[in-house]
Design a protein around this ligand. Structure first.
Ligand SMILES: [Zn+2]
Ligand SMILES: [Zn+2]
Length: 111
């Protein structure tokens, strides 16, 4: 089961939604990445890694970063200051550069 949570910036109200399980994928016969989505549990078993959603705290770009990579960098600006979007609690907002993210207690969903 996947959980979704939302983080909201205390300064500008910018919000980011995050799923607990990211984007698991496997490699098909042709060597291409294939994402496995619910409810394809047979596909989930084949998964080798996860394209984890990250937020760049420098430029604010949301991007997926392959979990097999050792160094996680923002594909847009090259900064290493990226955070898994599911762990944004307390992170500084890249939009207003003043507020910090806090989880929205009113918001919760599962799939
Ligand atoms: Zn903000
Ligand atoms: Zn960036």
């Amino acid at each position: 089961m996947a959980e979704c949570i939302r983080f909201v910036c205390s300064g500008c109200g910018h919000s980011i939604e995050a799923w607990s399980d990211g984007n698991p994928f496997y490699i098909d016969e042709a060597g291409k990445k294939k994402y496995a989505y619910h409810p394809h549990h047979d596909e989930l078993e084949k998964c080798v890694a996860n394209d984890e959603p990250h937020l760049c705290l420098k430029c604010g770009r949301e991007s997926k970063i392959d979990s097999r990579l050792d160094s996680k960098v923002c594909p847009k600006c090259g900064s290493e200051n990226v955070v898994d979007t599911f762990h944004l609690e307390g992170a500084k907002c890249p939009k207003c550069k003043a507020g910090h993210f806090a989880s929205d207690k009113e918001f919760f969903c599962v799939s």
